[in-house]
Ligand binder design. Structure first.
Ligand SMILES: NC(=O)NCCC[C@H](N)C(=O)O
Length: 292
């Protein structure tokens, strides 16, 4: 396994990352038209523009030396398969295939397992039965500490299975999430938190549980706050591609300025097609497999 997956943090330089390009996730304009409303997109994404936006995301990843593992298309997938973070997580011992809280996305984890298993990555286990886990709810602080959001996409049984799979050497910290816009919305732990470095986090505090916020501060974290005006435009969804070097969505100038003031190098990408319409930012679009 050495050299294939690892890091178990959300800020180290990305060495290897799984992705599914828009051409493979959306498959055809007809599929987009058939699915976007049912999946609660705000509008139908445009394929050609999505591919151009995605090229820029890939260029950012390649600029830090990441190897890209492209996941294939499959007729059983929906267009939500663009958001590859959610279907699997990495753990010491191998990949854990999730069990999606959004029923329409149920087919995604097995296909992650098939493609990444064929690429030589060991599969540690699966979340099964009544258990639900989505990768956007999980944040590795270090190899011994994993925070998991308990919301509408991730349930108690999923967290129980997750703890059993990672074993007693990993402390799983459960973070209760607010109802906010309800079960039909996409709301993950990473909707309100993006790690930027070992001691630096981007957060949206108004939706953060007080005990968790206090816990972060007690661990020595400096918090950079996303302003109210930039929460809906996914100002809080920022992907660290290396420590204090990150990718964020255009249209969040205050957050961008605060990140720079905190010492971060910031890459800004357009995400109207790949992010805004389906509500998945740079973290959701990527499944880092190996970080420093
Ligand atoms: N980790 C994430 O926040 N993923 C975004 C997933 C968006 C997708 N439209 C969904 O509802 O699942």
């Amino acid at each position: 396994m050495a050299g294939q997956i690892g890091g178990f943090n959300e800020f180290g330089r990305i060495r290897r990352v799984a992705l599914r390009r828009p051409e493979a996730a959306f498959q055809s304009p007809a599929k987009i038209v058939a699915e976007w409303q049912r999946l609660a997109y705000t509008e139908a994404p445009l394929m050609a523009e999505a591919a151009r936006e995605y090229d820029r995301l890939e260029a950012c990843l390649e600029s830090v030396g990441a190897t890209l593992d492209h996941l294939p298309a499959d007729p059983s997938l929906t267009i939500d398969a663009l958001y590859v973070r959610d279907a699997a997580i990495v753990a010491p011992g191998g990949l854990i295939l999730c069990n999606m809280g959004k029923p329409a996305r149920q087919g995604e984890p097995a296909l992650h397992g098939k493609a990444l298993g064929a690429a030589g990555i060991p599969i540690l286990g699966r979340i099964e039965g009544a258990g639900r886990i989505e990768g956007g709810d999980l944040v590795w602080f270090d190899a011994r500490c994993l925070a998991v959001g308990r919301g509408y996409r991730t349930n108690d049984e999923g967290i129980r299975q997750l703890q059993a799979l990672v074993g007693p050497g990993v402390e799983v910290v459960t973070v209760p999430l607010p109802h906010y816009r309800g079960p039909g919305d996409v709301f993950h732990l990473m909707s309100i938190l993006s790690p930027l470095d070992r001691d630096l986090l981007l957060v949206y505090s108004p939706l953060m549980p007080v005990p968790f916020r206090e816990w972060l501060i007690a661990r020595g974290m400096t918090l950079v706050e996303v302003p109210d005006a930039e929460f809906d435009s996914m100002g809080c969804n920022v992907l660290a591609i290396a420590p204090r070097h990150c990718v964020m969505l255009k249209g969040n100038p205050q957050t961008q300025a605060r990140l720079r003031a905190a010492g971060c190098r910031v890459e800004v990408i357009a995400g109207r097609e790949i992010s805004a319409k389906g509500q998945g930012g740079p973290t959701c679009l990527t499944r880092p497999l190996l970080r420093d």
